[in-house]
Write a protein that binds this ligand. Structure first.
Ligand SMILES: *[C@@H]1O[C@H](CO)[C@@H](O)[C@H](O)[C@H]1NC(C)=O
Ligand SMILES: *[C@@H]1O[C@H](CO)[C@@H](O)[C@H](O)[C@H]1NC(C)=O
Length: 473
């Protein structure tokens, strides 16, 4: 199905390339995949961590999307998320345990005490408006709110290689894309049932490290270890343009300028970030800057005036972005932890009604998910608190839940090398762990919520993508 010039040598090349690209700091699982050998593992009854996993069919059914328990959703229904409730089979699939305690709470409490000092003035605003909104939300706890009814679907078209990125389209409930180290990107449609892979975008000659949807979802940009970025039309899957990296280096991450989608920023293995004008295919004058290591993560703030870039030496740089010219001005540097690759950065202008500081969520191979406060308009960061996960070598990513909270608390979701998806309430001082989804059989690399949070997608280092269905009230 995929062009595989001598499958083994090809994969070996890809694997080596990736080690080259990320300097062996990140295992990217590729080296470890061989040991596991076959995906039968995950299908074996004993290995079915999720119990009623709809994806747990036996044997290798790779390169086909397996219809999950959402199969029964009547085709042609409107795309309202409540439709998932219509499927009685879905209700039987309780594919996870909620709020699993692993004895980590004590440790976490200690960490909280160590890391999370007193809230500074202004971080908590217990206003009457907040109380009112809480009352409106029915006073439900975040754990109740982030309960999941099981798996909706499992996509396994990429099971040969890791899926480093999975993303729902903007303001869209049912369109999903994921990119793979097998060199392709797939566009998936979850409704009408059965969920399907609409298109596979092929063209990159090596693994696809990252991609992003444009604001209107008409365009995707992707970055690859083949040292090019590509611009795709999501409508028909056409490759509109192929743009070589200005340094001829492996490209490791990308993001759209949130206000001007003609501009994207890419990060490469030669330590550079480049602002690229995708209308012209050229880098923007003054839009390049050097970091201290390979650039693994990028995130703009919502207005697009600040950019953060993280590298594999443990540093995060902030840049001022000039809207008129696309120029970058280096502002601040934060060493998260010397030598620990920064694998994910997500910015949020405010976390909840009660925590109004702009915040940054960071994964950095420290077995913790880190939450920073942005303290000025140059992007200076201050550690707010951290949450225990397992991450020592994989490029694990995390997100803020997309809906601004009208409840008490605010939720973040992260992948983890323990093969679980973790949810934390960043506002809860103790027992921040809200939920944990089990079902992957490899380190979970990325997570994405759809716009109304009715579905969550997670991808792993063995190429599996699971779509989880949220419990509806
Ligand atoms: C992007 O470029 C196109 C032409 O290449 C132009 O029409 C459009 O206005 C540009 N958009 C922005 C936000 O600059
Ligand atoms: C990007 O290219 C377009 C088309 O040539 C041009 O109009 C626009 O000014 C460029 N933007 C920047 C920031 O260079």
């Amino acid at each position: 199905m995929l062009p595989r010039p001598g499958e083994d040598s090809y994969r070996f090349a890809l694997r080596s390339a990736f080690f080259l690209a990320v300097g062996g700091h990140l295992a990217w699982i590729l080296g470890e995949r061989g040991e596991k050998g076959d995906t039968d593992l995950r299908a074996a009854p004993g290995a079915s961590r999720a119990g009623g996993s709809p994806g747990g069919s036996r044997g290798r059914t790779r390169r086909k999307s397996r219809p999950g328990n959402g199969r029964g959703v009547a085709a042609g229904l409107s795309s309202r998320c409540e439709d998932f409730e219509d499927d009685p089979r879905a209700l039987g699939a309780r594919g996870h345990r909620r709020s699993v305690s692993r004895g980590s709470y004590q440790l976490q409490a200690q960490m909280n005490r160590a890391v999370y000092e007193d809230r500074p003035p202004g971080s908590v605003v217990p206003t009457s408006a907040a109380e009112a909104s809480r009352a409106m939300a029915g006073d439900t706890s975040l754990s109740e709110n982030y309960a999941f009814a099981g798996m909706y679907h499992v996509f396994d078209q990429h099971v040969d290689e890791a899926v480093p990125r999975v993303r729902f389209a903007n303001d869209d409930r049912h369109r999903l894309a994921c990119c793979s180290l097998d060199g392709s990107i797939s566009l998936c449609q979850l409704v009408p049932a059965p969920p399907a892979v609409l298109r596979v975008l092929r063209g990159h000659t090596r693994g696809v490290s990252d991609f992003a949807w444009s604001l209107s979802n008409d365009i995707l940009v992707s970055t690859s270890l083949d040292a090019t970025m590509r611009i795709w039309a999501s409508e028909d899957g056409r490759c509109i343009r192929e743009i070589p990296d200005p340094d001829g280096a492996e490209l490791l991450c990308c993001t759209f300028q949130p206000v001007n989608n003609n501009l994207t920023v890419v990060g490469n293995a030669k330590h550079n970030v480049h602002v690229m004008n995708i209308s012209t295919g050229k880098k923007v004058k003054g839009g390049s800057s050097k970091l201290t290591g390979r650039v693994l993560a990028l995130s703009f703030d919502a207005p697009g005036r600040l950019l953060w870039a993280g590298d594999d030496r443990g540093s995060i740089f902030s840049f001022l972005f000039d809207m008129a010219t696309g120029k970058l001005t280096k502002a601040k540097r934060l060493v998260v932890h010397e030598g620990s690759p920064v694998t994910s950065i997500s910015a949020r202008s405010w976390v909840s009604r009660e925590a109004r500081d702009p915040s940054l969520l960071i994964n950095a191979c420290l077995n913790k998910l880190l939450l920073y406060r942005v303290v000025d308009n140059e992007g200076t960061l201050q550690l707010k608190r951290s949450f225990p996960i397992e991450q020592s070598s994989h490029p694990v990513r995390s997100i803020f839940c997309p809906l601004m909270s009208f409840r008490q608390g605010a939720c973040v979701v992260t992948g983890s090398e323990d093969m679980c998806v973790h949810f934390f309430d960043v506002e809860r001082a103790a027992k921040a762990a809200v939920n944990k989804l089990q079902g992957h059989s490899a380190p979970v690399l990325d997570v994405s919520f759809n716009c109304d949070e009715s579905l969550l997608a997670s991808s792993d280092a063995s190429g599996m993508v699971i779509v989880w269905r949220r419990e509806q009230k």
